[in-house]
Unconditional design. Structure first.
Length: 178
């Protein structure tokens, strides 16, 4: 992964290698396996961006668990927007369940804040948040992330599920906008 790539009108450079992502995802899985010993968590994966992270993470989870997928997109191009669309696809009862939300990236935090509020109205036993990427400088909320893979600077990235205008999700490592 040594080259600059082009997606539509933009150029990106290698930023986080697939080997590094593998190691960090393994570390997160180990922590979750320890923290939830004897429990039966329900993972809620936020589509589309989290699909690769979710797949790699869940292969390393040894707990008896469930996995469901939801959609709540709030992003156009390279700018985060505050208008969060509705939650789609959550058709299971989460009352009294231990929920672990799986996100690809937390930027301003608006998307996740909205989703957490929505989940709380359905009375889960607990909610924990896992995000592969955290753009700490861009974060505008006050909730805590329980499992973070990488804290990165506030620059746009693609790959490993993350897109630029729906392209680049299939890249096996992460690239940063030049
Ligand atoms: P937030 O609501 O500002 O936290 O934005 C969260 C959503 O914006 C994520 O789920 C992504 O879909 C998208 N997003 C934020 N930063 C990036 C980025 O650097 N690359 C691609 N998508 C991003
Ligand atoms: Mg996302």
């Amino acid at each position: 992964m040594s080259e600059v790539i082009e997606i539509l009108d933009l150029k990106f450079q290698p930023y986080i290698s697939s080997e590094k992502i593998d190691r960090v995802v393994g570390d997160l899985a180990r922590r979750i396996n320890e923290d939830y010993q004897g429990k039966n968590p329900l993972f809620l994966s936020v589509l589309n961006g989290s699909f690769i992270f979710t797949s790699d993470l869940l292969k390393k989870i040894s707990l008896l668990c469930n996995i469901e997928f939801v959609r709540l997109k709030s992003y156009d191009g390279t700018q985060s927007t505050e208008n969060v669309r509705e939650v789609l696809g959550l058709n299971v009862d989460i009352k009294n369940r231990d929920i672990i939300v799986i996100e690809d990236i937390v930027d301003t935090g608006h998307t996740l804040a909205h989703f957490i509020d929505y989940l709380k109205t359905r009375e889960p036993k607990s909610i924990k948040l896992a995000s592969l990427i955290f753009k700490k400088e861009a974060f505008q909320k006050d909730f805590e992330l329980d499992y973070v893979g990488f804290e990165i600077e506030n620059k746009f990235i693609v790959g490993y599920g993350l897109d630029y205008n729906e392209y680049g999700r299939n890249l096996d490592s992460i690239y940063q906008l030049i």
